[in-house]
Design a protein around this ligand. Structure first.
Ligand SMILES: Cc1cc2nc3c(=O)[nH]c(=O)nc-3n(C[C@H](O)[C@H](O)[C@H](O)COP(=O)(O)O)c2cc1C
Length: 338
């Protein structure tokens, strides 16, 4: 019987337990830089005893910024701040993984309304949670359809972001391909209407930009640096990504070189309509776990040690993410680890 307090080797490192702090944007950055406040927030969660801390998303290119107070990994001058952040997470023995992201059509309204947002197709974002970021009465902006040159630029930006994360002392990176951001837009047939090799009509097309990114990062950072991908596996609506496709996609990402896959939503973001049970993406994570041999992380309303350990033992996942309770109170770990 697996316990949440059991260690687990994940790719190049061993985690002291199965509890993960999933990425959660804190809005504690300033002008794209790490702040002391941000470091203190993560240090407190390391001190609480969490095995793996995946930071909030960091933008890899200026036109991929999602919110004003988001931290950047798009410039070499970001490295000293990121080094402090990695140290804060390592302080009490957590492993430190930096989530890296491009917002695509979900770029902050200041950028999108100025015509600077890009996306797989010239289609407004299908994640309704982005609409309230816009001024009242203003519709979400239509992004510019990406050219092949734009795709190369984005892949290269992810590669450089991973290099900076490694130089800053992180143990790995997580590629954000969930919640309606750029790679999630490519994965979603709702937002990817392309007809070229990145087509939204096949799994190969929907996963191609992520595969190119994984390979570019792996080439840059070598075999001993951890790479995770967070997959927005379902859009939870007619015509969107389906749970049944997630196994095939996960296999493609595993073959490209990731060390872990994290399961969440796509156009439905990190929630699932009509579901309040602990671990509400567990049907999807089971399909993925059957398909791959790398560890699978499941997040979404997991709140108790009993439920977390049931999920770890009945084939739903290898690691559990607990987000919102730990966002406000790092001592919530007592409910899970004691
Ligand atoms: C305030 C907030 C910010 C979030 N920011 C991110 C993010 O930067 N990247 C990401 O992949 N998920 C993000 N998420 C989703 C969480 O990682 C997690 O999937 C979600 O909170 C559901 O898990 P929970 O029920 O345990 O909170 C965010 C969630 C919240 C509440």
């Amino acid at each position: 019987m697996t316990k949440i307090t059991d260690a687990l080797t994940v790719g190049p490192f061993t985690l002291k337990n199965r509890l993960v702090l999933p990425p959660m944007a804190t809005s504690k950055g300033q002008n794209g830089f790490v702040t002391d406040d941000l470091c203190e927030y993560y240090a407190a969660r390391s001190q609480a005893g969490i095995g793996l801390i995946i930071t909030e998303h960091h933008f890899v290119l200026p036109n991929g910024q999602a919110t004003l107070n988001q931290v950047s990994v798009s410039r070499d001058e970001d490295i000293p701040g990121l080094r402090k952040l990695a140290q804060a997470i390592h302080q009490d023995g957590s492993k430190a993984v930096l989530q890296i992201n491009h917002a695509g059509s979900a770029a902050m309204p200041e950028l999108a309304l100025a015509g600077k947002a890009i996306g797989p197709s010239a289609i407004a974002n299908a994640n309704p949670y982005f609409q309230p970021r816009y001024p009242k009465g203003v519709d979400m902006a239509i992004p510019n359809e990406m050219t092949h040159e734009d795709i190369k630029t984005v892949v290269e930006a992810f590669r450089q972001a991973a290099r900076r994360a490694k130089e800053a002392g992180f143990d790995g990176v997580e590629i954000h391909s969930a919640h309606g951001y750029l790679f999630s837009q490519f994965y979603s047939p709702l937002m990817n209407h392309r007809t070229d090799e990145y087509t939204g009509k096949t799994i190969e097309g929907r996963t191609k930009i992520q595969v190119e990114t994984i390979k570019a990062i792996r080439q840059e950072v070598g075999p001993d640096f951890f790479i995770s991908l967070r997959l927005g596996a379902i859009d939870d609506r007619e015509g969107g990504s389906q749970a049944s496709e997630a196994g095939e996609a996960a296999k493609i990402f595993e073959a490209a070189g990731i060390n872990m896959i994290s399961i969440s939503g796509g156009a439905n973001a990190y929630l699932r309509q009509g579901h309040t049970e602990e671990g509400f993406f567990q049907d999807v994570s089971r399909i993925v776990k059957e398909a791959v041999s790398i560890p699978v992380l499941l997040t979404g309303n997991i709140r108790t040690k009993a439920r977390a350990e049931a999920l770890l033992n009945d084939g739903a996942c290898d690691l559990v993410g607990v987000g919102r309770p730990l966002l406000g109170d790092p001592q919530y770990v007592k409910e899970l680890l004691d």
